[in-house]
Unconditional design. Structure first.
Length: 414
């Protein structure tokens, strides 16, 4: 039985695996490295985060993005967006150098056992471990507006479902959303000759400012410090102190998680949208149905119209119910917070002892940084310390607490 099973091989899973290997834990890592970055983002996209805030994490901080870029003759400079393809290749380079061998098979089911957990792979092999770290990324949590659900994928898709946009050349496409995914997708579509419009609920689009120079007068830095989530003390707190963020009252955390760093486009995509893409503000889809020409949309503030395809760039909702690879009893035993995501303790352990969470699914507990690669550094070190603590206690991992006995669970969870 392994000490740790890491499920997922994106930035969070690979970072956790690197720290766990350095700590001497016996582990298995499952997942196709950087899969969503390689398969679910069209060519031509860029990272919204600064290069220095986009590192995967190893204990010695040796395998950074700038180090990889140097091997390729590329500069990873402040204020210079990095292509998604470059970042995906960086992740593969990190996996080769900082992580034990990754098993690229998919884990399809995790159940609890006395003393641990059992995982079943896509081809039926079973693997047992005392603890599990779920780092499943964002794909299980795709959110499509209710009015569009039920329509076939030939008519409606999510922005994360496209590794390229070539199929939409010369067609009419409507993009739903007002954030970076919507605006960059629309820009790419327009640039390849697609007739595209953006429908956004907001009364106006928000755009991130061009970042100030890295080296500034001290008083400017003191007034508005750089952070992995942008300038300003509030962003600095979210980005650099997730452990303190978790100590905020839960209603405060819920409010921040729902409102902080709301939909906004990167400064470098603004000129590619304004004047090039039709943007319909204060519009919300209220109903949709299949039509001869594709999809007929009813929207607030405008007459119904038809479009050949709808791309919903409407984000992700990380709820417990969407963790479909967990067995029913294990999933149902997870305590949740107000937004429906699993409750996690100070070291990312869920209410089921030995089952740890990482990434977007922990944003309600540890803040907006967990929605970005930047959060992987804090997560990896903290989570692996929690795994070691769990293994050291000798308490039975995988035990499912009885329904309604959250108090009993908390005695084990710190």
């Amino acid at each position: 039985m392994y000490d740790l099973l890491v499920v997922g091989a994106g930035p969070y899973g690979l970072s956790i695996a690197s720290h766990a290997a350095d700590a001497g834990l016996s582990l298995r890592v499952f997942g196709r490295p950087m899969a969503s970055w390689r398969d679910n983002m069209p060519g031509g996209m860029f990272l919204k985060s600064e290069p220095w805030a986009s590192n995967l994490s190893d204990p010695a901080a040796r395998w950074r993005l700038d180090a990889y870029c140097a091997t390729q003759g590329v500069t990873a400079g402040h204020g210079q967006p990095i292509p998604v393809e470059t970042f995906a290749e960086y992740g593969l380079w990190f996996a080769r150098n900082a992580v034990p061998e990754v098993d690229e098979r998919t884990v399809v089911r995790i159940t609890s056992l006395p003393g641990g957990f059992e995982a079943v792979t896509e081809d039926g092999e079973t693997v047992q471990a005392r603890t599990v770290a779920l780092a499943v990324g964002v794909m299980p949590f795709v959110e499509i507006p209710a009015a569009l659900r039920g329509l076939p994928s030939s008519l409606v898709s999510h922005s994360s479902h496209h590794g390229d946009l070539d199929r939409f050349r010369g067609r009419d496409v409507t993009v739903i959303g007002g954030g970076q995914a919507a605006l960059e997708t629309a820009a790419l579509l327009a640039e390849q000759g697609t007739r595209v419009r953006v429908l956004a609920r907001a009364e106006r689009l928000q755009w991130n400012d061009v970042p100030p120079p890295w080296e500034r007068p001290w008083w400017r830095s003191a007034r508005s410090p750089h952070s992995g989530l942008g300038c300003g003390w509030r962003n600095w707190f979210y980005a650099e102190r997730p452990g303190l963020y978790r100590r905020l009252p839960e209603p405060t955390r819920a409010r921040i998680a729902a409102t902080a760093l709301g939909p906004a486009g990167a400064w470098w995509v603004r000129d590619r949208v304004e004047g090039a893409v039709e943007v319909c503000l204060d519009h919300e889809v209220t109903a949709a149905r299949a039509a001869d020409g594709g999809v007929r949309l009813e929207v607030t503030g405008a007459d119904p119209f038809e479009t050949e395809h709808v791309i919903a760039a409407t984000g992700f909702r990380a709820t417990r119910e969407r963790l479909g690879l967990l067995s029913g009893p294990l999933r149902d035993a997870l305590a949740t917070v107000a937004d429906g995501s699993p409750e996690v303790g100070r070291d990312f352990e869920s209410s089921c002892p030995g089952l740890f969470m990482a990434g977007l699914v922990t944003a309600a507990g540890f803040g907006p940084a967990m929605r970005f690669v930047h959060g992987a550094t804090y997560t990896a070190g903290t989570l692996v310390r929690g795994v070691r603590r769990r293994l050291h206690t000798g308490l039975p991992g995988g035990a499912i607490p009885a329904p309604g006995r959250r108090g009993a669970t908390e005695t084990v969870r710190r």
